[in-house]
Ligand binder design. Structure first.
Ligand code: FE
Length: 291
C-alpha cells in the first residue's frame, strides 16, 4: 500500500449552533468550504451542561443531502415528519438521508436536560448525488453494539461506514463512503486502506497525531486533508495520552453545489423550489407525541 501524504492542515473554529450549543467546526469555514462530498463537520462539545442548560436543535427542515450523527457522550432524542422518533445513546449513529425533505428536531432527552451532564458528538453532512437528491427520505438508526470494532496492538477502529482492516460496516451509503473512529494508545500505529478514488481527511479530536509518511504533527481540532497519491493512511500516536480521530473519505460527486441554510441542491432554482415547498407545508410536520 502507498501511504497518502498530507496536502494541508486546517485548525477548526469554535462556533455556536442550533439552540446555542458549542461546536468545533473544521469546515465549512472561510478557509475550507467543503471537502466534496462532505459539506460540514461539527464536533458538538465536549461540553458540561448544568441542569436545565443543555440545548439542541428544535424543528428544522433538510433537503438534498444526508445528516449523520455520531454520539459519544450524553443522550439525544430525534423526531421527524416521517413519523420516526428515537433516542441516541453514547456510541450510536443515526444516518439520515433527507432526500426530498424532512423536518426534524434533535434535542437532548428531557431526562438529560433535567440532570445535565456531558455532551459530545459529531454531525456530518454528506451531499447526495443529483440523482438521489429527491429520493424518499430514509433513516438508519444503528446502536453502538451493531457497529463493528477492530482492535490490534493498541489500535481500535470503529467502522461506521466503508471498510477497515478487513471489517465491513453495517450502514448502507448511497456512494462509497469511509467513516472510521480511530483510537490509538500511546505509541500505536494504524495503517488502513483509503481507496485511491476517495477524497479523504483525518480530524483529530483528542490527543496528538503524526499523519502521513512525512509524519505531519496534528493537534486536537486539526483536520488534515490527504493527497490523492496513494491508497492508505498511516497515523501514529506520538503522545503520552490516547489519540482519538475520525477518518473520513468518499468518492467526490463533482457536481455543482447550490447551498442555502438547510437545503443543498445543484441549482439556485432548486433552492427556491425547496423554500416554496417548505413554506407550502409540503415537507409535512412532526406529529405531537401522544401520552
Ligand atoms: Fe438537522
Amino acid at each position: 500500500m502507498a501511504n497518502r501524504s498530507i496536502v494541508g492542515v486546517v485548525p477548526s473554529t469554535r462556533t455556536l449552533e442550533g439552540g446555542g450549543f458549542e461546536v468545533r467546526r473544521p469546515f465549512p469555514t472561510t478557509r475550507v468550504d467543503h471537502v466534496d462530498p462532505f459539506l460540514l463537520l461539527d464536533e458538538m462539545g465536549p461540553q458540561l451542561h448544568a441542569p436545565g442548560a443543555a440545548k439542541g436543535a428544535p424543528d428544522h427542515p433538510h433537503r438534498g443531502f444526508e445528516t449523520v450523527t455520531y454520539l459519544l457522550e450524553g443522550t439525544f432524542e430525534h423526531a421527524d415528519s416521517m413519523g420516526s422518533r428515537g433516542v441516541l445513546q453514547p456510541g450510536d449513529v443515526q444516518w439520515m438521508t433527507a432526500g426530498s425533505g424532512v423536518i426534524h428536531s434533535e434535542m437532548p432527552t428531557k431526562e438529560f436536560q433535567a440532570s445535565g451532564g456531558r455532551l459530545h458528538g459529531f454531525q456530518l453532512w454528506v451531499n447526495l448525488p443529483a440523482r438521489d437528491k429527491m429520493m424518499r427520505p430514509r433513516y438508519q438508526d444503528v446502536p453502538s453494539a451493531r457497529i463493528p470494532v477492530v482492535e490490534h496492538d493498541g489500535v481500535r477502529v470503529k467502522v461506521i461506514a466503508g471498510e477497515a482492516l478487513g471489517t465491513k460496516a453495517v450502514i448502507d451509503t448511497r456512494i462509497p463512503i469511509l467513516y472510521l473512529h480511530v483510537t490509538l494508545q500511546p505509541g500505536a500505529v494504524l495503517e488502513t486502506a483509503v481507496p485511491e478514488d476517495h477524497n479523504a481527511f483525518v480530524y483529530v479530536f483528542r490527543g496528538a497525531a503524526n499523519a502521513g509518511p512525512e509524519e505531519r504533527a496534528l493537534v486536537e481540532g486539526d483536520m488534515a486533508v490527504l493527497a490523492r497519491d496513494g491508497d492508505s493512511l498511516i497515523l501514529r500516536n506520538p503522545g503520552e495520552a490516547p489519540l482519538d480521530a475520525l477518518v473520513l473519505g468518499a468518492v467526490p460527486l463533482r457536481e455543482p453545489v447550490a447551498r442555502y441554510g438547510p437545503f443543498v441542491m445543484n441549482t439556485r432554482e432548486e433552492i427556491v423550489a425547496a423554500f416554496d415547498d417548505y413554506h407550502a407545508g409540503r415537507f409535512g410536520k412532526i406529529a405531537a407525541q401522544v401520552g
